[in-house]
Ligand binder design. Structure first.
Ligand code: ATP
Length: 692
């Protein structure tokens, strides 16, 4: 149903919403239910002019505030028209009511509309006219109320859509942010940006932005009417307003200067709460709960105090504004008495009614200022988040590789997973060095390695020697200060004109290519709060594909030696494994993570020491399944490890010492050399002992 075509009354009908509400109550709502509600559909998906993330990022970096005004301008114009018509309708009804009074008085020379129709009106004619006028006033009031309802509906739409759109781009930015810049932000800051800042911005734009120009226009209109009806005494009312507005703005403003600090205190509290949740076990075991609680209480208290300071100023401004219209009308009465103006009922009524319309417009002024300053702070904070570089921006354009038309076609097919032939990958790493800032030492130094296709390379070395960093550089996650990482994709028995592609992992195309053929098993397993069945394929990715493919899931669990563990689960692969896998042991989580990689069946696998929590028996099984099985023969595996027993299954080993390759060779070569770094390492000697 197109909401543009629905009538006002249909829009307010609950018949569409009721079935969804019932389902919501039963927690069984799905996407198709949401689609059946035109309002939700309209709000979240259709009818907006938001560009895609890349395009909007430019605008968001200049000012999220201005960007949103640009994308929602049609809505703002529409809301302005509705709102100003609503105000004008109210003014016309006030004029009609004044005229009604004057038709009884027959004394006023101004606005004697009745004389336009009846020069010598009979009492009956006057009666009919006044009844007709009363009906018109009533209808005008209904029209004004329904216009106002329409405006509120639009406000609601915007107050949902703006934060929703901002959150979407925030998540995308978070996903693509460069690894170096990401470290500037803590989880609490990001939660606050998504939860509060985006809402503050949405609140102001939805509820106040349009009201400010409406306020200015309507005040001018009311003033013109007052002058034409009441004469020069209306200027007294105007003068009284001129005193009140700056006073109330002043108090709102000084309250709002405190707002930025308030947001920082909120970040701190959220940060502590996130740490509390993440470290719940440790906090309990170490008995830190009391101190943590105190810290959170203090952060909450300091946020609360700041809020009180802001609220006091705001309330003062609000109190000033709320009943000011009475002061305005009283001042006008005083003027009428002092200057001996018209003292008829219609004049008094005009003074009261027009002042109250003026008051209605001005009352929310302190709130506008409050919402405005919150929105400005939110926009500034969001801007600095969007300003962080996305990963592609760190790439050096000189590294780009020129591709022929045929190559681009093939790249496209690989990225979109349309290549059915067998793919294999080799690497060439040249002069790679890395440090995190000018003042810090290099953490990777002049790394040069060739990794052949379908081979297993082990990266070993002492703690903090740079193993994980090297893997992250090879995966394109960290851009080195110098050197390059090239990879070569070979396609066997290809029906395409070409059967190999060269890529640089630190270019946009290279990164996309690599991500379409790689899988990764991290040091710490990532487990979603769901069943094993959904955890293996990660339901998000395979939702429309084969995530219910039980054979493939079982096979991947077998490869990761998880099949025996399944017997202990009451519901087999449908067993829920709790939030972040709380119902699993450390080793089980790691093996779920490994099965995921096996299920993905990628041609290139990065393993960042994922077997640290696996026992010796399982370790042997894994070695047979993985390194002697399909992975060892068909895939390129790059594996950082401390588990030296596995090394005999690898094709090549590099030994990292303090970011530098100190040794490279096969397991046999390194083991046979008594002085090899590997043998020294097994004996427990460090690099310095060896040199000495
Ligand atoms: N973002 C970063 N900023 C600054 N230094 C970093 C950063 N990430 C890692 N390092 C430093 O780089 C060095 C190598 O870290 P890396 O994680 O690669 O070690 P590792 O060999 O994988 O260690 P482990 O065996 O303990 O997993 C460490 O000294 C670490 O402190």
């Amino acid at each position: 149903m197109n909401s543009q075509k629905t009538t006002l009354w249909q829009k307010f009908s609950f018949s569409d919403v009721t079935p969804v509400m019932k389902k919501l109550a039963k927690h069984s709502i799905d996407k198709s239910d949401l689609k059946s509600v035109p309002f939700i559909n309209d709000t979240l998906a259709k009818g907006d002019d938001y560009p895609d993330f890349e395009t909007s990022l430019k605008d968001l970096r200049q000012s999220p505030f201005k960007a949103l005004i640009k994308y929602e301008r049609k809505q703002f114009v529409y809301m302005f028209c509705i709102h100003i018509t609503d105000v004008i309708t109210s003014l016309i009804s006030a004029l009609a009511a004044i005229q009604l009074l004057r038709s009884f008085e027959k004394s006023s020379s101004n606005f004697k509309l009745i004389n336009l129709f009846y020069h010598e009106s009979t009492p009956n004619q006057t009666l009919i006219f006044t009844i007709a006028l009363a009906v018109v006033i009533f209808l005008l009031k209904i029209l004004a109320a329904s216009l106002h309802a329409q405006k509120i509906e639009k406000e609601m739409l915007l107050s949902w859509r703006i934060p929703f759109k901002l959150m979407q781009s925030l998540y995308l930015q978070l996903l693509r942010i460069s690894k170096r810049d990401r470290s500037q932000y803590q989880s609490g800051d990001i939660t606050n940006l998504a939860q509060n800042d985006s809402r503050f911005l949405g609140n102001f734009l939805a509820h106040a932005l349009v009201d400010i120009p409406v306020l200015i226009v309507s005040c001018a209109l009311v003033l013109i009417l007052m002058i034409s009806i009441l004469g020069n005494v209306a200027w007294i009312g105007f003068a009284v307003i001129c005193i009140q507005i700056p006073l109330s703005l002043f108090f709102s403003w000084i309250g709002n200067i405190l707002h930025e600090e308030m947001m920082k205190r909120g970040d701190k509290r959220l940060q502590l709460i996130t740490e509390w949740i993440q470290g719940m076990r440790l906090i309990r075991y170490f008995g830190w709960g009391k101190y943590f609680k105190e810290e959170i209480n203090q952060a909450t208290l300091s946020e609360f105090i700041q809020d009180i300071k802001i609220t006091v100023k705001y309330c003062f401004a609000f109190a000033l504004t709320l009943n000011w219209w009475m002061v305005v009308s009283s001042a006008i009465f005083a003027g009428i008495v002092y200057f001996n103006g018209q003292k008829s009922a219609s004049t008094i009524f005009a003074a009261i009614w027009l002042s109250s319309i003026l008051g209605q417009q001005i009352t929310p002024l302190p709130w506008f200022v409050n919402a405005w300053s919150q929105a400005l702070v939110a926009s500034r904070r969001l801007k600095s988040f969007y300003k962080m570089r996305i990963q592609e921006e760190e790439f050096n354009l000189e590294n780009s590789i020129e591709y022929s038309e045929e190559e681009i076609k093939l790249i496209d097919k690989i990225i979109n997973k349309k290549v059915t032939d067998e793919i294999s990958i080799s690497f060439s790493i040249k002069n790679v060095s890395l440090r995190f800032s000018e003042n810090e030492p290099y953490v990777l130094k002049d790394i040069n390695i060739e990794i052949p296709a379908k081979k297993t390379l082990a990266i070993i070395g002492p703690v903090a020697s740079g193993k994980s960093l090297l893997i992250q550089v090879l995966m394109g996650d960290i851009i080195p200060n110098s050197g390059e990482v090239l990879f070569f994709i070979h396609i066997n028995d290809s029906q395409y004109k070409i059967n190999s592609i060269t890529g640089n992992v630190h270019t946009s195309i290279g990164l996309q290519l690599l991500r379409s053929i790689q899988s990764y098993v991290p040091q710490e397993a990532f487990i979603i709060s769901s069943s094993i069945r959904e955890n293996i394929p990660l339901k998000y990715k395979y939702i429309d594909e084969n995530y219910e493919n039980e054979n493939a899931i079982m096979n991947s669990l077998y490869v990761a030696s998880f099949h025996a563990d399944l017997k202990g689960f009451s519901h087999g692969i449908d067993t829920e494994i709790g939030e972040r896998g709380v119902n699993l042991s450390g080793g089980q989580k790691q093996r779920i993570s490994l099965s995921r990689s096996s299920f993905a069946n990628s041609s290139l696998i990065f393993l960042d020491d994922p077997l640290s929590a696996v026992d010796v028996k399982t370790e042997k099984e894994l070695a047979q399944n993985i390194f002697q099985g399909e992975w060892g023969k068909e895939k390129t595996v790059i594996w950082s490890t401390h588990r030296l027993d596995f090394l005999k299954y690898t094709d090549e080993i590099i030994f990292l010492d303090n970011g530098k390759i100190s040794e490279i060779g096969t397991y046999k070569e390194l083991k046979e050399n008594i002085n090899s770094r590997l043998n020294q390492f097994i004996l427990g000697l460090n690099e310095n002992d060896r040199k000495n």
